[in-house]
Design a protein around this ligand. Sequence first.
Ligand SMILES: *[C@@H]1O[C@H](CO)[C@@H](O)[C@H](O)[C@H]1NC(C)=O
Ligand SMILES: *[C@@H]1O[C@H](CO)[C@@H](O)[C@H](O)[C@H]1NC(C)=O
Ligand SMILES: *[C@@H]1O[C@H](CO)[C@@H](O)[C@H](O)[C@H]1NC(C)=O
Ligand SMILES: *[C@@H]1O[C@H](CO)[C@@H](O)[C@H](O)[C@H]1NC(C)=O
Length: 603
Amino acid sequence: GRVLLHQEALPSLPVPPLQQTLDRYLQALQPIISEEEWNHTQELVNEFRRPGGVGERLQKGLERRAKKTENWLSDWWLKTAYLEYRLPVVVHSSPGVVLPKQDFLDRQGQLRFAAKLIEGVLDFKTMIDNETLPVEYMGGKPLCMNQYYQILSSCRIPGPKRDSIVNYAKGKKQSRHITVVHNFQFFELDVYNSDGSPLTTDQLFIQLEKIWNTSLQTNKEPIGILTTNHRNSWAKAYNNLLKDKTNKESVRAIEKSIFTVCLDAPMPRVSEDIYKSRVAAQMLHGGGSRWNSGNRWFDKTLQFIIAEDGSCGLVYEHAPSEGPPIVTLLDHIVEYTKKPELIRSPMIPLPMPKKLRFNITPEIKTDIEKAKQNLNIMVQDLDVKVMVFHQFGKNFPKSEKISPDAFIQQALQLAYYRMYGHACATYESASLRMFRLGRTDTIRSTSVDSLKFVQAMDKPDKSVRISKKRNLLRRATQAHREYADMAIRGNAIDRHLLGLKLQAIEDLVSIPELFMDTAYAVAMHFNLSTSQVPAKTDCVMCFGPVVPDGYGVCYNPMAEHINFAISAFNSCAETNAARMAHYLEKALLDMRMLLQSTPKSKL
Ligand SMILES: *[C@@H]1O[C@H](CO)[C@@H](O)[C@H](O)[C@H]1NC(C)=O
Ligand SMILES: *[C@@H]1O[C@H](CO)[C@@H](O)[C@H](O)[C@H]1NC(C)=O
Ligand SMILES: *[C@@H]1O[C@H](CO)[C@@H](O)[C@H](O)[C@H]1NC(C)=O
Ligand SMILES: *[C@@H]1O[C@H](CO)[C@@H](O)[C@H](O)[C@H]1NC(C)=O
């Protein structure tokens, strides 16, 4: 069909030239390690890159792999970054999205909104099913649309060493139902009429009300909490759980469903200024075993969360998709919920949605208790702050002819440097969707130029002139822009280095010293893990840090303001999300002042 033709016309991901990656690797290390370490690493690089050496051999292996596969990276990446990653998906992998608060007048309002949202997703699904989803472009180039075909009707399944993903979007076994969770009880809700048309908002509303009315008491056993566990523990518990036939059928129904809707209980009220941060936590982990963490199935790719108090958003399992397709779907739904409702024909009574039952053996009960304990520790440990930066949005850097993303990244560099007195390895995700089955590479936002800028910024004006600082800022944003352009063209260094390492493992040669080097460990220890996820909706995506002593920072730059979600771990004494938010705000303001304080250059 249409999609296949489009996909086949996309270019394949290139393997970058070996020498280029090694040069750029050395450059990327300069701002984050000492000169002494750098000298040592240079020797290792020289050994690796010499003619006829290990580097060339592995590079040839990669090039062969690229010829044989649709995308030399995608399988490896899916396994390494997701399926073989053993930490819980909660906080450590699954991003959340915070939507603006809805003003429900009552429970009817909540269920009506949920019904409308479901209809909106089904409307989007029609475009996926009939292959009419418009192709997206970046810089005039068509993008790979594959991720859109992976986000509905899919689920992650835990495995003892490696997880897997199932997908029921196509074919005879195509899913027709969604999962609804309320008070920790799961329901299978068929969302299509017998003629194949999707249920209308009115029909969905009545079905949701039936579910509500039969789940007024909170389930004693929050079975969904099992999905928050470490993947190895969960895989064991999963096998145990599925020994029972009823349990197996229930789990399969959840896995097969198109998506999940979580009707959450209200969370404790908090003041206006921390409300959004609290919702971010609710989206990321559900608030703990006492609150809504059991009202989820975290392995489900897509879960929409609608709470009685108007808090809304979603959480998604990261393996099948990056943030942008999720947010595009969300934009579609939000637009859809604003549409006036159509007049509908009279309704045929629908059967009661099926309750998914679970038999809890003592062993399962123990697994649930253990999962609760671990989850509650994780919940206590996550420090998350949503900051709405009101003073300006992307319009300001644009008016200065600076890329808004590059500007924000330099502000992060400045904030971090002011807090810690040094620069750190910084990860920003770059889309590889210009290539078939492309996912991401890394924009290393810390550069020699960014370090020069942040070091100069707070020097007294007498020692470094303002015009000089301004030029350093411009140069740093330019360097970022160049790295970003190079990354989306498939020429960044991170996935290539990973590929060379995995090739060595696959070839059973010993791991080259280059990858055992402390400099490599520092380069891969991302104290700042960041992502720009722009949306039309006034929302923000959020995710946890990727290292114990780092920050996760996600942002959505709107025209006149910027939404930030910053996370850290409470167990690390050196990090603090609110403090980072404060420094970030100051950095953004200082950078604007710097640009505005001298006459515009006469270029
Ligand atoms: C690193 O190498 C350069 C060039 O060989 C040398 O000048 C410099 O002193 C070395 N630095 C350190 C700290 O060893
Ligand atoms: C595909 O779905 C869209 C969205 O619902 C609809 O407008 C369009 O008519 C459908 N096209 C086909 C060919 O079925
Ligand atoms: C659910 O319960 C409420 C209150 O008892 C009732 O008004 C409503 O009709 C019930 N809805 C359904 C669909 O059973
Ligand atoms: C960040 O990374 C560096 C290098 O790995 C480490 O020494 C440092 O303590 C980390 N944390 C912070 C908060 O800077």
